[in-house]
Write a protein that binds this ligand. Structure first.
Ligand code: AMP
Length: 130
């Protein structure tokens, strides 16, 4: 069981943003920018491009809804999308609110993000998802 499956199962706490029957979204615990969100499939798959076509399409549509919520909740010009996925063997899409391209620099993470602020951001995004 991956760490993300344990989060989905409620065994490990997270700052949850959204979920449906197939996908789950929560804040990245080491955000590159405030509002950095991960979208993951509930069904474990390591590599995103091993996900079946229809499920991958649905995952992107779910990510789009989450991204719209991020854009409404936080000041940003666009929401950046990337897949890195070498650390956790459970496919995930990173969504990061951007004011400038440098806001998505994975080498510079927010140091020890404040738990209360993370909670508020997750709630703000969640309440702006249609
Ligand atoms: P990567 O596989 O390289 O995309 O990295 C995995 C991402 O998951 C990193 O950005 C981590 O900060 C994030 N991550 C790892 N564990 C957790 C967790 N328990 N809660 C939220 N995000 C996590």
């Amino acid at each position: 069981m991956t760490i993300f499956s344990r989060i989905i199962a409620g065994e490990i706490p997270c700052y949850k943003v959204a979920e449906n029957d197939k996908f789950f979204a929560f804040l990245d615990i080491n955000p590159v920018n405030w509002g950095h969100t991960l979208v993951v499939p509930k069904k474990e798959e390591d590599y995103i491009f091993d996900i079946a076509d229809e499920d991958l399409a649905e995952m992107m549509v779910f990510a789009k809804k989450v991204a719209k919520g991020i854009k409404k909740a936080l000041p940003c010009r666009k929401v950046g999308v990337t897949v890195l996925g070498l650390e956790v063997p459970h496919a995930h899409i990173h969504l990061v609110p951007l004011q400038k391209e440098g806001d998505m620099d994975f080498k510079s993470k927010i140091d020890n993000p404040d738990a209360e602020k993370m909670k508020e951001i997750a709630e703000a995004i969640a309440s702006n998802i249609e």
